[in-house]
Design a protein around this ligand. Structure first.
Ligand code: SF4
Length: 503
């Protein structure tokens, strides 16, 4: 008899939880062929005891975990290690950006047997079949494993046609965790749900974890298929808001316009991630249509107001500082909120150069706010992604940066923060530079609190703004304790840490 599969989503949020689309997608690939169970660390107070009770049943042979950088490591690492020790016959398989991008340290830990490198729709069932039937795994695409002490990466598979993939097993998920658990009250709607409708991204930004996995490829579900899914979820659990968690939802103007036409009268608001230069090519007609169809906010990687830094980042396309500013104005016309993310603290030869660039980006962010005060600003500190062979990777290793050599080291709080790009252990980012960035961010969040935390409004918003205004205007950002205190008291939620505030 075939051994069953335990699919685990380690805890990723302390607040409202998103449906674990990654393990749902993997489940779809084995649905009907293997028995499986879900454990969602976000919804269990003691996920280890649930995992243990499943494994004690003796019917499971495989443990599959998605592992994204950041908080998920806290459960993924110790639990997988415990499984290796207490249930040595279980085959441990990891997927997700952390597993792929740090595959060396993951596999050499001895706790993980295989890493699924990118979409697992074909790789995962093929791997189970190979193990069950004692067949070689070398021909399975999108796989990483150790062979005679060497890390072997198999060929990348052509991205699958999402319309031909089996549907996500929502009913099965519902039998473990009612789907209502995953509805959040956000600024978009009282019942916001997360969807994933495409693979990859056609660009190669050198700081982006998506690039080594997808190598500039993108493939999306058709507008009709997305809408079918939306209709199902609307009828089943009444969704009225959607977060599209695709890396680049807006790659195809045609698809976005078709989807907008389909969802036009459904009363659903939505958010997704895109590129400034891509969406700036959209026609006025389509931007107006998108807004009418519920597109409320778009996350866009602005990155920097310096064209040379954009080139250093390999941002690609036609994005320039001028376009970033003019696009913020264009979005204002259509009442779609641009959510701009900036990556500050790119490597430089010395502290002064890095600081000068940080100051220039701070001034640029203020210019963006002048053009369109509704623009949401997300600030990340640059943290390296292991795109070996890239110029930037060479620069950072020459500057003395190294990733941890042991899997357990990633449990150190500073490395966990590193993954959230909040406190990178990068030699060129001195405490002075980091303080300047983080203090500005606090002042900015005081003067312009995010709209996505919809609790901060009216008197609260006015008070915080007044308190922060002298700092914002004068550039005196140091020690902004009074603003931090208010953020703490009102439990202000910055979207870059755990996503939008939701209840
Ligand atoms: S456009 Fe966005 S998703 Fe695509 S490579 Fe650049 S940062 Fe990554």
């Amino acid at each position: 008899m075939k051994k069953a599969v335990l699919l685990f989503n380690p805890r990723s949020a302390r607040h409202k939880y998103r449906v674990p689309n990654s393990i749902l997608q993997v489940a779809a690939s084995i649905d009907g062929n293997y028995e499986y169970a879900f454990v969602d660390g976000n919804l269990e107070s003691d996920p280890w005891s649930v995992i243990k009770s499943h494994l004690d049943s003796g019917k499971f042979g495989f443990f599959g975990s998605t592992v994204m950088p950041g908080p998920q490591l806290k459960e993924a690492i110790p639990f997988t290690q415990k499984i290796r020790k207490e249930y040595p016959n279980i085959v441990n398989i990891w997927g997700g950006y952390f597993a792929s991008n740090q595959c060396d340290v993951v596999l050499r830990s001895g706790a993980v047997d295989y890493v699924i490198n990118g979409p697992g729709d074909s790789a995962f069932p093929a791997l189970l079949d190979a193990i069950d039937n004692d067949k070689p795994v070398g021909d399975i695409q999108n796989l990483i494993y150790l062979e005679e002490g060497k890390v072997v990466k198999t060929r990348k598979e052509v991205l699958p046609d999402m319309d031909k993939l089996p549907p996500l097993p929502y009913e099965k998920m519902n039998s473990f965790y009612p789907l209502e658990n995953y509805l959040g009250k956000t600024f978009m709607g009282s019942k916001t749900f997360a969807l994933h409708t495409s693979f990859g991204c056609p660009f190669t930004c050198s700081f982006c974890a998506v690039v080594p996995i997808y190598n500039a490829r993108w493939k999306g579900q058709s507008a009709e298929a997305i809408y079918r899914n939306v209709t199902y979820l609307k009828e089943k659990i009444g969704i009225n808001g959607i977060e599209f968690h695709d890396n680049n939802f807006f790659t195809s103007q045609k698809r976005t316009a078709e989807f907008s036409k389909l969802i036009l009268n459904d009363g659903i608001e939505w958010w997704g991630e895109g590129r400034i230069d891509t969406i700036d090519r959209y026609s006025d007609e389509n931007l107006a249509l998108m807004r009418e169809a519920g597109c409320r906010m778009i996350f866009l990687g602005a990155e920097s107001g310096n064209d040379e830094v954009l080139a250093q980042m390999d941002k690609g396309g036609t994005q320039s500082a001028e376009q970033i500013l003019s696009f913020a104005g264009r979005m204002k016309k259509f009442d779609i909120v641009p959510e701009y993310s900036f990556v500050l603290g790119m490597p430089g030869p010395d502290e002064d150069t890095v600081m000068r660039q940080v100051e220039a980006d701070i001034d640029f962010i203020k210019q963006v706010k002048e053009v369109n005060p509704d623009t949401e600003i997300i600030i990340y500190l640059y943290s390296p992604v292991p795109t070996e062979g890239s110029d930037l990777y060479k620069q950072i290793t020459e500057a003395g940066f190294n990733f941890p050599e042991n899997l357990e080291d990633w449990l150190n709080p500073s490395w966990e923060n590193f993954d959230l790009r909040k406190n990178p252990l990068t030699p060129w980012l001195t405490p002075k530079v980091i303080d300047r960035v983080q203090n500005f961010e606090t002042v900015l969040n005081g003067y312009y609190p995010t709209q996505s935390d919809f609790r901060i409004k009216g008197v609260k918003k006015g008070f915080m703004r007044t308190l922060a205004s002298w700092r914002y205007r004068s550039g005196v950002y140091g020690y902004p304790y009074e603003i931090k205190a208010l953020h703490k008291i009102w439990k202000y939620r910055q979207p870059e840490i755990e996503g939008f505030y939701s209840e």
